[in-house]
Design a binder for this molecule. Structure first.
Ligand SMILES: Cc1ncc(COP(=O)(O)O)c(C=O)c1O
Length: 468
């Protein structure tokens, strides 16, 4: 224990040095060949090594090669810097090392509180037990869609868990082409079939075309299929668009469909000044995926599935073998009855610490700051003759492209992200939006400044010049 105490203090120093120095280092750099060989090729030591040596190795070979998302000029995908409070308590969660499958210990009890906090922050109804933490939104989506699938089967008088899906009319789900790939993966995993996931068209702002949704549902019903779920987005990954949730909720209610909302990235955007009207209808969803490891900066991985009726998730997942029967489980039972995971890590501690450290006002400040920065970037792009804004800025994502010439823009914009990344001064990623190759930034860092955005646009120009 003496060794752990000493090494623990040293680990804290290394962690602080790392976090303090992030902004001074390249945003990202490739892992050099020698280091790659060290990382991938080492042999398992025959005899155990001292804690101190392990820390030295981590300092030398691991910490210099981050993904980049701690840096204020990291704008790639949807990856936030870690909140310091979340970082701080990670070793404590590991020291306890519980399984939060359920039971009467701190982990599951704290999870009840943070799930309630998350629902409250975005104005989602929260009955007791109305959600659980997951590895991320992909797993939250599996839980929500499996719940929807079982509810649809039960409503039609059969049991999908017992019987499987064969011999039944295909269940059809509706999502726009801007819907996240995790919705498709979940549908495929659940045996619904990729061909039964309909792509609903979008409007000019990349939001679901609800008239088209109605028409598609009617057509599928006529064909004898079973529409069962519509998945809206509260913050798409490409442009941050928020679907017209209230109108989608009307359609879901009219046709008796499960209404799922993917708010993995963007649900917290409802807190930004003036944003609430865009999110009207979120509170009418049957299920909502919301990732604390995105906008909030809870260290990876932590997602959350929120459920209007938690008993529906329990009906889809509960399977308690005799060795796990818990007489003291209480009315809500164990978290493991609401999803596929049995042994579950203590995700609640880092989420509790992050939320407590920020407070409600801190979360709002973070969301306001980052959406404000995204709007500023949108305005800079619109004002520049060599850039074009491709979508309205609703959350903290800005979709645009570089237009220094008239043709070959797809090819150019496709090449820009990697070229910018290699320069090490900023990091952004690309996508396809509306049939065009686009650049996109997702701003999640509390310290990103307007000057960082100036640097980003200059970096894009310089990288493009080298490509032309
Ligand atoms: C809008 C959206 N939905 C879902 C996901 C999947 O979340 P996770 O990676 O936590 O599984 C992401 C990930 O970036 C996302 O941006």
């Amino acid at each position: 224990m003496h060794e752990l105490r000493r090494a623990g203090l040293k680990a804290a120093q290394i962690m602080a040095d790392h976090l303090e120095g992030v902004a001074e280092r390249p945003v990202w750099q490739p892992v050099p060949g020698g280091e790659l060989a060290w990382l991938t090729g080492q042999e398992l030591p025959e005899t155990g090594r001292a804690l101190d040596e392990l820390l030295e190795d981590a300092r030398e070979h691991v910490l210099p090669y981050p993904m980049g998302n701690g840096h204020p000029r990291f704008f790639g995908w949807v990856n936030s810097p870690p909140n310091p409070a979340g970082v701080l308590v990670e070793p404590l969660a590991a020291a306890l090392n519980p399984s939060c499958a359920g039971g009467d210990h701190a982990g599951p009890h704290l999870e009840r509180a943070v799930v309630r906090w998350l629902a409250g922050l975005v104005g989602f109804p929260h009955p007791p037990g109305g959600g659980l933490l997951t590895s991320g939104a992909s797993m939250a989506t599996v839980i929500c869609l499996a719940t929807a699938r079982q509810q649809a089967a039960l409503a039609a008088g059969w049991d999908a868990r017992e019987e499987g899906l064969s011999g039944r009319p295909p269940m059809v789900m509706y999502v726009t082409e801007e819907g996240h790939s995790c919705l498709h993966k979940a549908a495929q995993l659940l045996g619904l079939g990729a061909r039964n996931v309909r792509t609903v068209p979008v409007d000019a702002a990349y939001r679901m075309d609800v008239r088209a949704l109605r028409a598609m549902i009617a057509e599928d019903l006529d064909a004898g299929l079973r529409p069962f779920c519509v998945a809206g987005s509260a913050g798409t990954v490409n442009s941050g668009a928020v679907d017209p949730l209230d109108e989608i909720a009307d359609v879901a209610a009219a046709y008796g469909l499960w209404f799922h909302v993917d708010g993995a990235y963007g649900a917290l955007g409802v807190l930004a000044d003036g944003a609430a009207p865009h999110y009207a209808g979120l509170e009418r969803a049957d299920s909502l995926a919301l990732d604390p490891h995105k906008w909030l900066g809870v260290p990876v991985g932590c997602g959350c599935a929120l459920l209007r009726d938690p008993s529906a998730a329990r009906a889809a997942f509960s399977l308690v073998p005799s060795y796990l029967v818990d007489e003291n489980g209480g009315d809500l039972g164990w978290f493991a009855e609401y999803g596929p995971e049995q042994t579950r890590p203590f995700r609640a501690l880092k989420t509790w610490a992050t939320l407590s450290h920020l407070g409600r006002s801190g979360v709002k400040r973070l969301v306001d700051h980052t959406t404000g920065m995204a709007r500023t970037l949108g305005a800079m792009v619109e004002a520049a003759p060599d850039f074009e804004l491709l979508a309205p800025v609703t959350t903290s994502i800005t979709a645009f492209r570089h237009t220094p010439r008239a043709d070959g823009l797809d090819e150019l914009n496709r090449a820009i992200p990697v070229a910018v990344q290699a320069r090490g001064n900023a990091f952004l990623t690309g996508t396809r939006l509306g049939g065009r190759d686009a650049l996109r930034t997702c701003i999640l860092h509390p310290d990103t400044t307007e000057q960082d955005l100036v640097v980003l646009l200059d970096e894009i120009r310089l990288a493009a010049k080298a490509l032309l």
